[in-house]
Design a protein around this ligand. Structure first.
Ligand code: CUA
Length: 422
């Protein structure tokens, strides 16, 4: 009877312990299973979206294979030794006689005690060295390959500039970086498929890191430096990205995405992006918004063909983007995304909000401004009080400030104007 009682008692204790473990256990399992989802936007383990992603993917699985074998061997050996050399004598613990799990070694034979074994020491030094050397060789080949530009000189190149807390893309259609970019965009990097796009990645304020996991690895964006990188998308689609170097308040919401499309579509897109905005005149839809834009927004935002302060023609913007260090360091003018074709983009505020409510289902990107249902409420909240939507330090020229002087009607007028920027 006594044994039965003890057994039941133990069972109870056991199940109580298990209840405490159940929740964290289930959560860990969920996390683990979630990691297996290959369709997640920031999934790194894809081999079909880009040749560089394939290189990383292949390397990862080779290393994982080796690590799994080593892991099983080491863990297996530990479990075997715990079992093989366990204390079998079951004598009571002299310090706590009631403890049923502990007993002392007294009276039990100790295993043979050794100090060092030259063959073993050599084995566990040389074998890991060989394994790590092999992994290092393939890793280095992969790293160098990712920096190698095989695209010809006169094809599309993009300068990528990170800034608190959004990304700017400067397109050089003829590949000539010594001349001003043909056009400048933000948040969404649009590229043709099946073509290697050489990037020069830089930063305007602090260190950021550019990362489109399904297309290539990470590259740091460092002020005063230009890092060569490349992107190639094998098939059309949206490839999400995230800044991966802590860069202050809104680092976590400094997102970006790559939109890859067939070359013919991309040519149409680029042709449209080349166009400067035609200034609206009194009576035009959006004219009131344009007036408000010129007095409130044009100090930081540029619209080619319209704003004189920083993007009238490419000369001024070019100075801000690349040239004069003095202007470059001042984040006040030209410090915000170029809005020349705002309505052609489907995200804003560092790619964290959708411009169109039907974007969630995926709208035809090339016709976004025609088929999109503009998210008036979201965009209005952003225009009137951006720091409420995304942490910013506007007083230090970092992030968009609030505009308490603007009314709801002003916000709507500005949206009307923004929608003319197709
Ligand atoms: Cu930019 Cu983190």
């Amino acid at each position: 009877m006594k044994t039965r009682h003890t057994k039941q008692h133990n069972k109870k204790r056991y199940s109580k312990k298990m209840r405490w473990l159940a929740l964290p256990g289930a959560l860990s399992l969920l996390l683990f299973i979630g990691g297996c989802n290959h369709d997640k936007p920031l999934n790194t383990l894809t081999s079909d979206s880009s040749p560089d992603a394939k290189t990383i993917n292949d390397l990862f699985f080779v290393v994982l294979g080796i690590a799994a074998v080593v892991g099983v061997l080491v863990l297996g050996a530990i479990i075997y030794m715990i079992w093989r050399f366990r204390n079998k004598s079951k004598q009571p613990d002299p310090y706590n006689p009631d403890n049923p799990n502990l007993s002392v070694l007294e009276g039990e034979d100790l295993p043979t005690q050794t100090h060092g074994d030259v063959r073993l020491e050599l084995a566990w030094t040389i074998i890991p060295t060989i394994i790590l050397a092999v992994v290092a060789v393939f890793t280095l080949i992969g790293i160098f390959e990712q920096h190698r530009i095989s695209a010809s000189d006169d094809t599309l190149k993009v300068d990528v500039v990170g800034q608190q807390w959004w990304w700017e893309f400067q397109y050089h259609l003829d590949g000539d970086r010594s001349t001003p970019p043909d056009f400048v965009s933000a948040n969404e990097l649009v590229i043709p498929t099946g073509q290697q796009i050489p990037l020069e990645v830089a930063a305007r304020d602090v260190i950021h890191a550019f990362w489109i996991p399904r297309l290539n690895g990470k590259i740091d964006a460092v002020p005063g430096r230009e890092h060569t990188w490349r992107l190639e998308a094998s098939k059309p689609g949206t490839y999400k990205g995230q800044c991966t170097e802590f860069c202050g308040l809104s680092h976590g919401t400094m997102k970006m995405e790559v939109r890859a499309m067939e070359t013919a579509d991309w040519n149409n897109w680029a042709r449209n992006q080349m166009k400067a905005a035609a200034p609206l005149v009194e009576g035009d839809v959006g004219y009131a918004g344009q007036e408000l834009f010129m007095t409130n927004c044009a100090r930081c935002h540029s619209v080619s063909g319209l704003t004189d302060t920083n993007a009238d023609g490419e000369i001024d913007s070019w100075q801000i983007y690349q040239g004069d260090k003095k202007i470059q360091n001042e984040l006040i003018s030209g410090a915000a995304p170029n809005l020349t074709h705002f309505a052609s983009r489907t995200t804003y505020a560092g790619s964290i909000f959708d411009t169109y409510t039907n974007e969630i289902k995926g709208i035809d990107y090339l016709r976004a401004s025609e088929v999109g249902n503009i998210d008036v409420r979201g965009l209005r909240s952003w225009i009137l009080n951006a720091p409420e939507q995304k942490p910013a330090a506007a007083s230090e020229s970092r992030g968009m400030p609030a505009f308490p002087n603007l009314t709801t009607e002003d916000g709507d007028a500005l949206i009307e104007f923004l929608m003319t920027l197709r």
